[in-house]
Design a protein around this ligand. Structure first.
Ligand SMILES: Cc1cc2nc3c(=O)[nH]c(=O)nc-3n(C[C@H](O)[C@H](O)[C@H](O)COP(=O)(O)OP(=O)(O)OC[C@H]3O[C@@H](n4cnc5c(N)ncnc54)[C@H](O)[C@@H]3O)c2cc1C
Length: 501
């Protein structure tokens, strides 16, 4: 039996940052092993507001580097994943007594001009008395600004990065917890524990990337067993989902009296997503939940704007996540920097560990490039940066080609309902065809679990996207959970268990 391999890079964490780094690294020729203790994107990366955005608000904190980088990424990411990322227009009503119009205009001028915008349309001013976006709002708002940003299916962005990394040779291990790591000679010995069997195994690697998000300090303190670490500030953010409040493809960005902003965004065709909050968090990130106070805050903030108030009983779903922000000792949670910081330890004979603190979904690809520069500093140079021009799985069609893809899929699989064909292209892009194979009718897709979820899709997600539980399928790979009854969830769970999941 040969000795077990020594991987070049061991990545802790299957969120957007871990998966983005694994993909970039393996594509440059490094051997990569990634371990995720739960499901892909089960941490913060499925709990975002889901914007690919520069962060208009961050301009107020002079975060020009971050805003510029993030703005530039909008069109790069859209080009590489036009199925799960698309442009969205945002309506920002001007509200008397809050930020002055000249300040908003200045911010949006910068937004339009510092971020290499080519395809996204520019900002314009709206007369809310005549523009349809004024209709669902109280008549207090006569003027608004409309600007561009992007929307992303956050959890799928993670799964697609993992898929691509695996296709290029990376080992992606989910439900596998990193429980210990120690240096041995010039490399690391990492101990992994299987979540189901509790069996442990050891993997050797030349370098560790710590991309554990809210757990990044925990890895340093308890897994590498080093010393106290206080690099991140955990800031909870929650969202509520209600039945659709308006019939427009545009989203709203509302200013609150406390100086914060919230978004109201068209969501999954039939819903409106409202969020988010910002409050310091000190519990276990795995158990984070929206509080009553947060739900009330979001309802009240949205009700300042919508004619029909948003009430607690309107909430059909909510989710909550923890931002692992780099601790820059800002006084308020909302003021803490959203930029990322990478810090390396080791080298000179001691195997290195590089920790990623902070960051945004929007900047994950750039964070990975910066991480690769650091990795190459230790392990030597391999390939050049490559991810700016490489479509993610299923994203190999033109930026404006989504509707054409839906049409072609519907023509080739005429038995699909229009809404199903559209949903499949939104989630899988050109790979919808792989999922459907040579099916000639709905019966060929196997068991119908409800809400347009067929066995063929579940099997695809189990085979190719590491889905193991009904929750993985219903809340992360798809959002069919919004339409499923408890009985349907149980049936899906039992089917997946029967498949050995
Ligand atoms: C409310 C909210 C709204 C947001 N909105 C936006 C937005 O609109 N746009 C945007 O760009 N960004 C947004 N963000 C920021 C973005 O979501 C995060 O920056 C990003 O998801 C962080 O990704 P990550 O990979 O670092 O962390 P995570 O996604 O948390 O991944 C870390 C992973 O490490 C795993 N892990 C931890 N310990 C171990 C271990 N011992 N062994 C194995 N695995 C382990 C965890 O299970 C987890 O899956 C938002 C964040 C929040 C909370």
């Amino acid at each position: 039996m040969g000795a077990s391999p020594v991987y070049d890079v061991f990545v802790v964490g299957g969120g957007i940052n871990g998966c983005g780094i694994a993909r970039d690294a393996v594509g440059r020729g490094f051997s990569v092993f990634l371990a995720e203790m739960n499901d892909l994107a089960s941490g913060t990366s499925s709990k975002a507001t889901k914007l690919i955005h520069g962060g208009l608000r961050y301009l107020e904190y002079y975060e020009f580097r971050l805003v510029r980088e993030a703005l530039m990424e909008r069109e790069v990411l859209w080009k590489n994943a036009p199925h799960i990322i698309w442009p969205m227009r945002f309506v920002l009503p001007y509200a008397e007594g809050l930020r002055p119009a000249w300040l908003l205009r200045l911010g949006l001028f910068l937004y339009d001009h510092i971020g290499g915008r080519k395809l996204l349309p520019a900002t314009k001013t709206l007369d809310m008395r005549s523009d349809p976006s004024g209709r669902p709002l109280k008549p207090l708002f006569s003027k608004a600004f409309e600007y561009s940003d992007g929307w992303v299916n956050d959890a799928r962005l993670v799964a697609l990065n993992a898929r691509d990394a695996a296709d290029r040779g990376a080992v992606i291990r989910t439900r596998t917890k990193v429980v210990a790591a120690h240096r041995e000679g010039d490399h690391w010995v990492v101990t992994l524990e299987d979540a189901k069997s509790r069996e442990t195994e050891q993997v050797r690697a030349r370098l560790i990337v710590n991309a554990a998000g809210p757990w990044v300090d925990h890895i340093l303190t308890d897994v590498v067993g080093d010393k106290e670490a206080h690099n991140v500030r955990l800031v909870q953010g929650s969202h509520i989902v209600v039945a659709k409040k308006f019939d427009d493809a545009r989203a709203y960005i509302f200013q609150n009296k406390d100086g914060r902003i919230i978004f109201a965004i068209p969501y999954e065709d039939e819903f409106t997503l409202i969020g988010t909050t910002d409050r310091d968090f000190s519990g276990d990130p795995r158990t984070v939940e929206i509080s009553d106070a947060e739900a009330d805050y979001l309802c009240a903030a949205a009700s300042e704007y919508f004619v029909a108030p948003v009430q607690r009983q309107d909430i059909v779903w909510s989710y909550s996540g923890v931002r692992p922000l780099y601790d820059d000792h800002a006084s308020k949670a909302q003021e803490a920097t959203r930029d990322y910081v990478l810090k390396a330890e080791g080298g000179d004979g001691a195997a290195p560990i590089i920790n990623a603190f902070g960051g945004k979904i929007t900047t994950y690809r750039r964070l990975a490039e910066s991480m690769l520069a650091k990795i190459e500093g230790f392990l030597g140079k391999r390939g050049a940066p490559w991810t700016a021009d490489a479509p993610l799985p299923g994203g190999d069609f033109p930026q404006h080609g989504f509707e054409a893809q839906v049409k072609r899929l519907a023509a080739d699989y005429p038995f699909l309902e229009a809404s199903l064909a559209r949903r499949l292209v939104r989630l899988y892009g050109t790979l919808a065809r792989t999922l459907l194979g040579d099916a000639k009718g709905l019966a060929d897709l196997g068991r119908d679990f409800g809400a347009g979820l067929y066995e063929a899709e579940v099997r695809y997600l189990m085979d190719r996207e590491w889905a193991r539980t009904a929750e993985d399928v219903l809340w992360r790979r798809t959002k069919r959970g919004l339409h499923f009854s408890d009985g349907q969830v149980a049936a899906l769970e039992s089917f997946m268990r029967g498949q050995g999941a």
